[in-house]
Design a protein around this ligand. Structure first.
Ligand code: PA5
Length: 425
């Protein structure tokens, strides 16, 4: 389970006024299926559900992908790709495993051409991921990579290189998968896109990249068990209650800060989770992210002295998993020999602490989350902690954290405009 530190926010909130009664009620509503969107809370049970046959079929498909291919092209958007990308970037692909390329989240011809070029003539497989099966962006990319597969291997061999992860209903992707015999993984009805990383949506690409998905599932199950604690000691209650009190006092933007560049996609996953879950009915904290120290030289000025609407949440890792020593230099021209022999990571930790202290003094409440490591355990701890905190926080805001009605607005316009243009051609 992650450790949560409220200390840097204490000057800005009333610890005795943290609304643990609402956090408790939200937690109860969630686990007893009494809250809004109760039919979308299956993610709470995913780690347990996945162990056994679920994991076995993922592992055997991943094995086949590894034997077949030098590259796996994962096609999806939003909740259908961010989790896998977050894990693969943060934990890292294991040696001798296929490179994982991501498509379907962009319609940029330039990006698509670059991706096809990057793929080159290497052997590849495709994992198309779409719960609805109808999302335009991944569907168009799927056309591209399916046709490349067919050109390279022929239609029947191409089918054995396509893995479809989709909803159980007979959507167009499921129908195509059934008709063509693609190996198919079903996204349970009660799990929405942004809460699906611990299903085949995230686990299949992760397993193909050599990540130990059994360990991810075990650690996630353990973390969910620990986070079931019904007390103000629960870090998910603390995070949700602190965010809500700060939000009510005018803190409308939360920046997630980390000093690991490979955390970038984890921050994107977090942004989608909180943004899409909370931002509705005119309420919600806007989620943003920064990377330290890079952004201290880009966003540091705003954080220190801009409008006091920010909450800063720092993510740290107890075991950084890697050391890199600062070299000694003869002559000490830059005067930095007092740091020689020290690990870059320890200097980075000091820089982050210095920034936290400065930002707190500058009027930015600071929350800190510490996960075990940047490996399977830490990833599982962060995913479970953020998912649970987000659902509790959403219920405390009186919104349904599991729907996204606002996303439909652009889709309706897009289809209307695209059809109108095609009719005019
Ligand atoms: O969280 C969500 O539900 C969304 O981000 C979806 O994952 C995203 O819109 C993709 O939808 P689909 O998987 O149906 O293609």
């Amino acid at each position: 389970m992650v450790k949560f530190d409220l200390g840097g926010a204490v000057p800005f909130l009333d610890p005795a006024g943290l609304d643990y009664a609402s956090a408790a009620a939200a937690h109860r509503a969630l686990t007893e299926g009494l809250g809004q969107g109760a039919d979308s809370t299956g993610w709470l049970h995913l780690p347990k559900r996945m162990t056994g046959t679920g994991l076995k079929s993922i592992l055997s498909a991943a094995n086949r992908i590894r034997n077949q291919s030098e590259v796996l092209v994962v096609i999806g958007i939003g909740g259908s790709c961010l989790g896998a990308r977050a894990a693969i970037e943060a934990i890292g692909r294991k040696p001798d495993c296929p490179e994982v390329l991501f498509a379907g989240h962009t319609l940029s011809p330039r990006a698509l051409s670059a991706l096809v070029e990057q793929l080159g003539d290497r052997d590849f497989s495709v994992n198309i991921i779409s719960k609805s099966g109808t999302t335009l962006e991944p569907a168009l990319s799927f056309r591209v990579f399916k046709s490349l597969l067919e050109k390279k291997y022929g239609r029947s061999a191409a089918r054995r290189r396509i893995y479809a992860t989709t909803g159980a209903d007979n959507n167009v992707l499921k129908k195509a998968a059934d008709d063509n015999g693609y190996e198919t993984f079903v996204i349970p009805d009660d799990v929405g896109g942004r809460y699906s990383v611990l299903s085949a949506v995230g686990l299949l690409p992760m397993a193909a990249a050599g990540i130990d998905v059994s360990a991810v599932a075990e650690h996630a199950a353990a973390s969910f068990r620990e986070l079931n604690l019904r007390s103000p000691e629960n870090p998910a209650w603390q995070y949700a209650a602190a965010r809500q009190q700060l939000y009510r006092s005018g803190r409308t933007i939360e920046i997630l800060a980390c000093s690991e560049p490979s955390f970038r996609y984890m921050a994107d996953w977090w942004k989608q989770l909180f943004g899409e879950s909370e931002g509705k009915k005119g309420v919600g904290i806007f989620p943003a992210s920064v990377e330290y120290p890079a952004d201290l030289h880009a966003m540091g000025q705003y954080i220190q002295e801009g409008p006091r609407t920010l909450i800063e949440t720092v993510v740290r890792f107890a075991d950084p998993g890697c050391r890199f020593s600062i070299p000694f230099e003869i002559g000490d021209g830059d005067g930095l020999n007092y740091l020689s022999g020290r690990d870059f990571g320890s200097v980075s930790a000091v820089v982050t602490e210095a920034a936290r202290a400065a930002h707190t003094l500058g009027g930015v409440p600071n929350l800190a989350i510490t996960a075990s490591d940047m490996a399977e355990q830490g990833f599982a701890e962060l995913v479970t902690f953020f998912e649970l905190s987000c659902a509790i926080s959403g219920y405390m805001l009186h919104v349904n954290p599991f729907d996204q009605p606002g996303v439909e607005a652009y889709k309706e316009n897009m289809y209307r405009l695209l059809r109108r243009e095609s009719d005019n051609d």
